[in-house]
Design a binder for this molecule. Structure first.
Ligand code: MN
Length: 379
């Protein structure tokens, strides 16, 4: 493959930013005052995020990427959807799964009505502004993570609006039971029935918010930055562990799970560990599964990565065929501004069938209704 050739890929991990007034203009004032909002420091390096009467501080990863990601220019399609496809055409991204930004804090909501209503408003916005724009853009639906009936009702409404997946936080708010519990079983049944994919995104744990707390800081001292970044990846693996060990995916073989931004090489490894536990602690294992953890993970769990060379090896040498590439547009962990360099480094020396599987095939299997990339850009 010549390095001058444009390499295209679908993306299992991209984002849009909600308009600042999205919820305040749609919701009654009592709820509008509680919706997520970000107030940036003057230096542009930190923000304070307010969610449902709580607040926390964090460094600004996304704005840094917007400001500095592409030779100092912004990623115009992040908030201006008319610029979205031109951005992706320039980068070489065909179809993409599009997650929210402020909506990623859904697990930190504790007011049931607020979560339900913000999800509804966001979904209507995504349907009219993103789904309507192009079938290449697949926004994730938002649903309640506090109440299973609210979640089912909105999920079904969204299926009718053309959504193909539902964004779920890696765990719900601690006041609700976690994903492995029977409480959520009706949602899994309903999602399987509606053919909606569960889309987990890493780094979406509920925030235990003391006012003004800085989040994303688990470790301090030497190595802290790398350790804190690496730490964020494990939450996606824990979400899959819950869905597999609890039997949720075993009971629903047509229910599929996506884990975005967390790499993909962990999937064969997690299968190894779960197989060992299932076999060697069999006397304590409940529930029993009809299929092995490896069979379940390899057939129902998909995972996106940005730069990981070993994710390609997981497909090529470990038989884990559900790794897919993702741009994480426009975040600084992603490839905006260097997508072509990344795709060439990952795939130039890889057999065509493996390359196509990771760049297109896994995504198309998970979202069969998404438009196929034309033959001339699949090479
Ligand atoms: Mn992402």
């Amino acid at each position: 493959m010549s390095t001058s050739t444009m390499l295209w890929a679908n993306s299992g991990d991209s984002h849009f930013i909600e308009p600042a007034d999205l919820w305040s203009k749609e919701l009654p004032k009592s709820l509008a005052d509680l919706v997520p909002r970000s107030v940036k420091d003057e230096d542009g390096l930190w923000e304070t995020v307010y969610v449902d009467g709580q607040s926390f501080r964090r460094r600004l990863p996304s704005s840094a990427a917007i400001e500095f990601g592409k030779g100092g220019s912004k990623a115009p399609g992040f908030s201006d959807f008319s610029k979205r496809l031109p951005d992706q055409d320039e980068e070489g991204v065909w179809a993409e799964l599009v997650f929210p930004s402020l909506g990623m804090w859904a697990a930190s909501f504790k007011t049931r009505e607020l979560l339900k209503e913000t999800a509804r408003v966001t979904n209507d916005f995504s349907a009219s502004e993103i789904i309507a724009l192009s079938p290449r853009l697949l926004p994730t639906a938002q649903v309640s993570t506090l109440d299973v009936n609210d979640a089912i009702e909105e999920m079904q409404r969204c299926a009718g609006l053309g959504f193909k997946s539902v964004f779920l936080t890696v765990s719900p708010h601690p006041m609700q039971q976690d994903w492995q519990h029977e409480y959520w079983e009706p949602l899994w049944s309903a999602m399987e029935e509606a053919k909606m994919v569960i889309a987990f995104h890493i780094g979406t744990e509920p925030i235990d918010m003391a006012a003004g707390e800085v989040i994303g800081v688990t470790y301090r001292g030497p190595g802290g930055a790398v350790m804190n970044y690496t730490e964020t990846t494990f939450s996606g693996q824990r979400a899959v562990m819950k869905m597999v060990a609890s039997g949720a995916l075993d009971r629903h073989p047509d229910l599929k799970v996506m884990v975005s931004e967390g790499g993909a090489t962990w999937a064969p490894f997690l299968a190894d560990r779960m197989e060992e536990g299932y076999r060697q602690h069999h006397m304590a294992v409940r529930p029993k599964l009809n299929r092995s953890p490896r069979e379940i993970i390899y057939s129902q769990v998909y995972a996106s990565f940005q730069h990981d060379p070993t994710a390609v090896a997981a497909v090529r040498y470990m038989g884990y065929n559900n790794a897919m590439w993702g741009s994480d547009y426009p975040h600084m962990e992603g490839t905006y501004g260097h997508t072509q360099k990344t795709l060439h480094e990952l795939f130039d020396d890889v057999p065509q069938d493996v390359s196509e599987r990771i760049r297109f095939g896994a995504f198309e299997e998970l979202f069969p209704s998404a438009p196929k990339a034309p033959a001339e850009i699949r090479h």
